[in-house]
Design a protein around this ligand. Sequence first.
Ligand code: ATP
Ligand code: MG
Length: 253
Amino acid sequence: MAELNIRNVHMHFSGVVALDGVTFDVKEGEIFSLIGPNGSGKSTLFNCINGFNRPQKGTIKFNNVNLLKKRPHQVITNGIARTFQNIQNVPFMTILDNILLGAHKRINFQSTVKGWINREQRQKEEAMGLEILDFLGIANYEQKYMAGQPFGIQKLTEIARALVAKPKLILLDEPAAGMNEQETVEIAKIISEIREDLGITVLVVEHDMNLVMSISDRICVLDSGKILAIGQPEEVKNHPDVIKAFLGDSADA
Ligand SMILES: Nc1ncnc2c1ncn2[C@@H]1O[C@H](COP(=O)(O)OP(=O)(O)OP(=O)(O)O)[C@@H](O)[C@H]1O
Ligand SMILES: [Mg+2]
């Protein structure tokens, strides 16, 4: 089972406790959302999963492989790709080339050193990149340069780059941030299709509650690095601690 197991993860930066004993599992095929106020540790947890941060305590396993022994590119090879809260596209490259940066796990070291992958491999990668653009509904953008593209296209390029790595699990850090209502509906549909049509498990951080409630199988609420509640959308929405944390004392009235 390609399950993600997070156990008792503690991560602090000098005096700042970002994660304080986080434990949960993401099951194969789930859409699992991580929500919580600004600074509650959501992106830090993503950074622990993909190898950017090393937690001081705890374990993170995917498919029984200990991720805390892996570097970020090895985490991708083990089937986990991610997007970033702050868009990480290269403005002077085309959208297709930006996406193919995500294919580097299949580009062998020798050919990379020689300058570029062989033509046959390049054609295969391009065909896959185009398929993914098509899947995301932006196939006609392949040769356009990244610079100056609308925000929505930039966000979809981030998702496409992660998909090109052919992950079993995708981590999406605020995919709908900065998007308008129509674009948010579109993103919700895409996330569902990533699971339904591509068979990829999804772990998503998002602030848009309509989106989270509509797509998630389960939701975990983080607050100051601790889990406040975890469960199905209805359970979490009605959980007294969640209501209190999000609505403050007015919830007691
Ligand atoms: N590299 C770092 N160095 C120092 N402090 C950090 C670092 N990364 C995160 N933090 C701190 O850890 C805490 C959690 O930050 P994190 O970015 O994980 O929150 P978040 O839940 O993703 O918030 P947001 O919703 O604003 O994206 C914050 O107090 C943040 O300032
Ligand atoms: Mg964040």
